[in-house]
Design a protein around this ligand. Sequence first.
Ligand SMILES: Nc1ncnc2c1ncn2[C@@H]1O[C@H](COP(=O)(O)OP(=O)(O)O)[C@@H](O)[C@H]1O
Ligand SMILES: [Mg+2]
Length: 161
Amino acid sequence: MSNALHHAIRLPTADDTAALGHWCAARAALGDCFLLSGPIGAGKTHFARAFIQSLLNTDEDVPSPSFTLVQTYEAPNFEIWHADLYRLTHPDEVVELGLEDAFSTAVCLIEWPDRLGQGAPKSALSLSFSAHCEGRLVLAQGAPRHELALALRQEWAAHAK
Ligand SMILES: Nc1ncnc2c1ncn2[C@@H]1O[C@H](COP(=O)(O)OP(=O)(O)O)[C@@H](O)[C@H]1O
Ligand SMILES: [Mg+2]
């Protein structure tokens, strides 16, 4: 599988996490799904907020969806679904939330994607955040669109450690 990705990205500061969010947003297309995993405080919402705000024309507030489970936004070219599934207890609830449809009709940013069970799209880009020195390390994995995988490998190569 030529677009299978396994790429480490070093993010020394919170601004670097935001820069990765902006970068992904600029390349996102309808149907893309970003799975954001890692412990509480790892930077998942920080990434998602930067991603969303860079595509909205206003300074719209981007709250963590930890209580609402899903927040949606209208970006110029697609709808964005930002979900935090921490509180889900059963994968069936994913269907009730309408997430399955959103995988094909929107761009999805999913925190705590392990709650999806086997329900994540095959082409999702998985970004696993972990603490690293004072900053974070992100492991980018999956088999996303070829252009996205290639660009990520090339343009974030300098950040790999
Ligand atoms: N690369 C980084 N280096 C240092 N701090 C970071 C980095 N990325 C994000 N943070 C900080 O981590 C904190 C928690 O982030 P948050 O996105 O709320 O976590 P999560 O959604 O994973 O629980 C934020 O205060 C953010 O500024
Ligand atoms: Mg969060």
